[in-house]
Design a protein around this ligand. Structure first.
Ligand SMILES: [Fe+2]
Ligand SMILES: [Fe+2]
Length: 163
């Protein structure tokens, strides 16, 4: 068995926003798991369920990232959202096309290229632009976002206490 990972995470892929970095590592981890399944000759059911997990996790990740961007008042949010929507659509199309072992091999380059482009280029652009905001504005927006999230958490706890 080949013991190498398909994508090796390195610290220079970190963008400095913890939750986004954590989820990027999660996505890379899922892609590596998919690669491992291929090498191990896993069943088509396992392959498809791993791909579905990647798709579901991508949705969580995009929603998180867009909430962070909105909270920080990022002007490029609409364009970035379109890019997320396109990536998700492409992932879904690919997912539905995987029916045979041959199809499975065709998925790997897509996953690596698209995800690495997403992490390394598009998200990096966002972080660079945020970095150019005045630190006062950044801190103020960040504080407001934390308050909104804390409020949402209180409401969610109240809701669950009611049921
Ligand atoms: Fe991302
Ligand atoms: Fe993104």
């Amino acid at each position: 068995m080949n013991n190498s990972l398909y994508i090796v995470w390195s610290d220079d892929l970190n963008l400095g926003i913890n939750i986004i970095d954590e989820q990027h590592r999660g996505l890379v981890s899922l892609i590596n798991s998919f690669y491992y399944h291929i090498q191990m000759g896993a069943s088509m059911v396992t392959m498809q369920s791993t791909l579905k997990t990647i798709e579901d996790y991508a949705k969580i990740h995009f929603a998180t990232e867009e909430a962070v961007m909105a909270g920080l008042g990022f002007e490029g949010l609409d364009a970035h959202r379109i890019s997320h929507d396109n990536l998700l659509l492409k992932t879904q199309q690919l997912l539905s096309s995987v029916k045979t072992d041959q199809d499975v091999y065709g998925v790997m380059p897509f996953l690596r290229r698209w995800w690495m482009d997403h992490i390394v280029k598009e998200d990096r652009e966002f972080v660079d632009l945020i970095g150019n905001m005045s630190s006062d504005v950044f801190v103020e927006n960040y504080k407001q976002q934390m308050q909104v999230m804390a409020q949402a958490e209180i409401q969610a706890n109240e809701q669950s206490a009611l049921h």
